[in-house]
Design a protein around this ligand. Structure first.
Ligand code: GDP
Ligand code: IMO
Ligand code: MG
Length: 430
């Protein structure tokens, strides 16, 4: 089955949106399988910029775009995003867009709780996007979520609303907040229900049918492996499994569905929010990476922390997510550096280790071991073939491939869709 799964191999913002948009033209369906509107994907097509959070990036090419059950869905954020994209000329209809009817909803109370917790945590905060992602996943696993299918039965949800409100009222009381205004909540849901219902469907069934017709499916991950709730830098992670392994559970297909796993890897490292970051540069080099790479969050406009490429992390992400090939992005941002560094190991309590330990205490103590390489002065911006790249840039890519034990399937050299060097077409590989 020639499917492709795109996942972030670092802490998110690797350029997944650009690559998904680029691959979408070759796909019959694009599916989001985890996360929510904490994601922020920027696409640039012929000079026009599209910013997506919840909609699969395939919507811009008009490819069938589906939101799988693994996503937590804020219906009001969805409406805003659809209206924004329609104003940009993107067509979003019940034919080219669908939402799994078993998706858990993000309610206004989730965003409020996310904000209250972060404010109360002070220095210990996670640095979330405050979109209510964590609280919504908690309610899903706690079996008190309101789901998309419930929007058709809002007058028959007494027991579920009892469970939900009892839980949240206790939490809110702890923050000195009034109980949930249940009537207002139901009224808000009734108001938005028709909008969501027009797209709601059993996505597993839709996927079964398109698959039977031989469709090529592109799975679009959000966040990155280091933000995975199991494999990431816990507790400074998001609340879903971001690894390729969640494709099946998050969309309703068997474990063989993922196909070719394409790990999106930035040519350096960034992270938004709190938590360990061994190669972080708090000097003028970090500043320069941030400026050249325009490293500001799409969702929260926060400045992203920047640092050198960490081969230890990416090797680990590739192994955990079964990555077959990487798409290396933002190579152009490294143009003009006299030298560039790659982290090849960590020093921890006097010993050199070649993996990220699970303990947050140990992660915070890691000191990077670097290898230094000569940089390149010529521009790589907009390069579309290997011949357009300076020899040193090619050496840098080759060294990365060697260290992470995974080949490059493509190299991206600007935000524009077509400024991409194709090495292997992922759809042709399986
Ligand atoms: P995502 O969350 O993984 O989709 O990534 P974001 O869209 O949040 O962040 C990536 C940013 O880098 C966006 O502003 C893209 O337009 C931009 N970008 C993607 N690929 C490249 C590239 O190869 N070079 C440059 N300079 N920018 C890129
Ligand atoms: P894309 O898809 C970068 C980070 C937040 C915070 C942590 C938890 O654009 O790569 P959450 O709101 O999910 O509970 O926040 O995860 N985070 C992201 N960082 N890119 C993202 O998505 C992110 N989504 C969440 O900054 O550190
Ligand atoms: Mg992003």
């Amino acid at each position: 089955m020639p499917n492709v799964t795109v996942i972030g191999a670092q802490w998110g913002d690797e350029g997944k949106g650009k690559i998904v948009d680029w691959l979408a033209a070759k796909a019959d369906a694009v599916v989001r399988f985890q996360g929510g509107h904490n994601a922020g994907h920027t696409l640039v097509v012929d000079g026009t910029t599209y910013k997506l959070s919840l909609l699969p990036s395939g919507i811009v090419t008009g490819t069938l775009s589906l939101i799988g059950n693994g996503v937590v869905l804020d219906p009001w954020a969805l409406k805003d995003e659809i209206e924004r994209l329609e104003a940009q000329g993107v067509s979003i209809t019940a034919q080219n867009f669908g939402i799994a009817d078993n998706c858990a909803l993000i309610l206004p109370l989730h965003g409020e709780l996310d904000g209250l917790r972060e404010a109360a945590a002070g220095k210990g905060k996670i640095g979330t996007t405050k979109r209510g992602i964590g609280p919504a996943y908690e309610d899903k696993v706690g079996r008190r979520a309101i789901r998309v299918c419930d929007l058709s039965h809002l007058d028959e949800l007494e027991a579920q609303l009892d469970r939900l409100c009892a839980h949240h009222d206790a939490l809110r009381a702890g923050f000195g907040e009034p109980p949930v205004d249940r009537e207002a909540l139901v009224a808000q849901l009734k108001d938005i229900a028709p909008f969501v219902r027009q797209y709601a469907q059993p996505v597993w069934k839709r996927l079964r049918d398109v698959r039977a017709d031989g469709a090529r499916i592109l799975f679009e991950g959000a966040q990155g492996v280091l933000l995975d709730v199991d494999h990431g830098t816990y507790p400074f992670v998001t609340s879903s499994n971001t690894v390729s392994g969640s494709v099946a559970a998050g969309s309703g297909l068997g474990p063989g569905a993922a196909g070719f796993v394409l790990g999106i890897v930035k040519a350096y490292t960034t992270r938004v929010g709190s938590g360990p970051f061994p190669t972080e540069l708090e000097d003028e080099i970090g500043q320069r990476l941030g400026e050249r790479g325009h490293e500001f969050g799409t969702v929260t406009a926060r400045k992203r922390r920047c640092g050198w490429f960490d081969a230890v992390l990416v090797r680990q992400s590739c192994a955990i997510s079964g990555v077959h090939g990487i798409a290396l992005t933002k190579l152009d941002v490294l143009d003009g550096f006299e030298t560039v560094k790659i982290c090849t190991g960590y020093r921890l309590d006097g010993q050199v280790i070649d993996y990220l330990p699970s303990s947050a205490v140990e992660q915070a103590r890691l000191e990077p071991v670097y290898e230094e390489m000569e940089g390149w002065q010529d521009s790589t911006e907009g390069a579309r073939t290997w011949a357009d790249l300076p020899a040193q840039a090619i050496k840098y890519i080759r060294r990365i491939e060697e260290l992470i034990e995974c080949p490059a399937a493509s190299v991206s050299t600007s935000p524009e869709r077509d400024d991409t060097i194709l090495v292997r077409n992922p759809f042709a590989e399986m």
